[in-house]
Each structure stands twice: as structure tokens, then as C-alpha cells.
Design a protein around this ligand. Structure first.
Ligand SMILES: Nc1ncnc2c1ncn2[C@@H]1O[C@H](COP(=O)(O)OP(=O)(O)O)[C@@H](O)[C@H]1O
Ligand SMILES: [Mg+2]
Length: 246
């Protein structure tokens, strides 16, 4: 499979909702096969950045460049559908499942990307292997699953797109510590299997850092710190104060 060189580069973007400025001169990148975390507490612009990448919010300045399947694309100005078609998938904050559809129906709805249709069987089998609970519950309505199961389903739905680059917005929200830990483990397993490039927004520093190669801290819409390794993030004073209370 031509799965080499999948990367995303955000360069100097500003974004606002009307007069409310949310992102200011944000630059970051996730290289081929890397897991990069975007750390920040509530309201600092993590989801807005994800939405800019997915074409759901249009930046007023800057560029977003993605490389997938050996081709480079300028994402600003493309529709979300076009961006998804390039192999970039988002697991949105709060999962956004179809609660009155079954587990399996939610997964099939994920397979909208043209290139993913041929891989429905293989992707379904893999998701059921990684998340056996989804296989057991495939006929259950998504809305009646527990929070942890719904997060697994949201991940599975994104995987049904056969993505090259996976954006995951706060997978830990609303989950118990044990389930957060399992979710993070599952993300690592998926990433390893598919050689995915992952950009994950989180405020659960301790969990996110377990699987991160590198990361950024966003404060009030600006990148306040860039850590070139998990160790650098661990030892950063800003992080120790904000996230670890040290
Ligand atoms: N649709 C919107 N309209 C107006 N303001 C918004 C909208 N979405 C988010 N914001 C504001 O933008 C800021 C950043 O929000 P967000 O990107 O969701 O941060 P995070 O994901 O880090 O919690 C917040 O002040 C939030 O209130
Ligand atoms: Mg958010």
C-alpha cells in the first residue's frame, strides 16, 4: 500500500468566530507516522484548530498543507468532503455518533470515502478485532452504549475511512480513568497497525504523553511551547505547573 509520507503542516494560521479571535499565528506539523499531541485546557482553541484542518472553519491567514499518498494538497478552501477524500479523518469531540443507528450502521456510515469502500470488509474485521465489544454489540443502538464504548465506536467509524492522517479531538472527555487509559492504548494499537499519522488534542496530559512522539501546548490560541520529545514535554515547567500541579 502506498502509505508513505503522510504529513500535515499548519503554518501561521489565524482563525476567528466573527469578532472573537481564537487562533493567532498557529504553526504545527505532524510528520509521517508520528503521534503529535496538542495539549491545552478548555477554551484554548484545540477544536478550532481541528476544524480549520477539516475545512469546517476557514482560517483568515496562513496555510494548511497535507501530504497523503505521495501528493501534496493545500487544504484551505477545500470542502470537508474533499479533505476526507484525501484520507484525513476526524474523530470529533463528543463522538457525534448517530444514536438511533446501530453500532454496525454507524461504522458503515463512516466508510463514505471512495477509496474506503473496497476495504469495508477488511476494516470492519480489524475494528471488531481491536474492539471486540463492538462486535458483540454490533446490533445495539449506538446511543445506548456506555461512554467508553461510544468512543471506541467513534474511532472505528473514522477507521472505516481508511485514513492516512487521523485527527482525534479529546478522546478522554467524559470517560473514567480506566477507560481513558484503554482508549489511549487502542489509539496506539490502531496507529501502529495502519502506520497512521495522528494529531490528538487532549487536556489529559499524563495519558496523552504515554503515546506521544512530540507535542505542543496551546494557550489562548497561541502555541506556547513546542516539545520535541515526550521527555521534553514531561520536563517543561509550563506543563508541570498547568497540568501536573508541580
Ligand atoms: N462556534 C463558535 N462561535 C463562537 N465562539 C466559539 C465557537 N466555537 C468555539 N468558540 C470559542 O473559541 C474559543 C476556543 O474554543 P475551542 O476551539 O472549542 O477550544 P478547546 O477545544 O481548546 O476547548 C473559546 O473561547 C470558545 O468559546
Ligand atoms: Mg475542544
Amino acid at each position: 500500500m502506498a502509505n508513505s509520507g503522510n504529513s500535515i503542516i499548519v503554518d501561521g494560521i489565524d482563525a476567528a468566530y466573527g469578532a472573537v479571535r481564537v487562533l493567532e499565528d498557529v504553526s504545527l506539523r505532524a510528520g509521517d507516522g508520528e503521534t503529535v499531541v496538542l495539549l491545552g485546557t478548555n477554551g484554548n482553541g484545540k477544536s478550532t484548530l481541528m476544524k480549520c484542518i477539516m475545512g469546517m472553519v476557514r482560517p483568515s491567514k496562513g496555510t494548511i498543507t497535507a501530504r497523503t499518498d505521495g501528493q501534496e494538497h493545500d487544504l484551505v478552501g477545500l470542502t470537508t468532503e474533499q479533505i476526507v477524500d484525501l484520507g484525513i479523518a476526524l474523530v470529533p469531540e463528543g463522538r457525534r455518533l448517530f444514536p438511533r443507528q446501530t453500532v454496525e450502521e454507524n461504522m458503515l456510515l463512516g466508510a463514505s470515502r471512495r477509496k474506503a469502500r473496497a476495504q469495508i470488509k477488511e476494516n470492519t474485521e480489524f475494528c471488531f478485532e481491536v474492539f471486540p465489544r463492538l462486535a458483540e454489540r454490533k446490533n445495539q443502538l449506538a446511543g445506548s452504549m456506555s461512554g467508553g464504548e461510544q468512543q471506541m465506536l467513534a474511532l472505528a467509524r473514522a477507521l472505516m475511512l481508511s485514513p492516512r492522517i487521523l485527527l482525534i479531538d479529546e478522546p478522554s472527555v467524559g470517560l473514567s480513568p480506566l477507560l481513558v487509559s484503554r482508549t489511549i492504548d487502542a489509539i496506539k494499537q490502531l496507529k501502529d497497525h495502519y502506520q497512521l499519522t495522528v494529531l490528538m488534542a487532549e487536556q489529559n496530559f499524563t495519558q496523552a504523553i504515554r503515546i506521544a512522539d512530540r507535542g505542543y501546548v496551546i494557550v489562548h490560541g497561541k502555541i506556547a511551547f513546542e516539545g520535541g520529545s515526550a521527555d521534553e514535554l514531561n520536563n517543561n515547567q509550563l506543563i508541570r505547573e498547568f497540568y501536573l500541579g508541580l
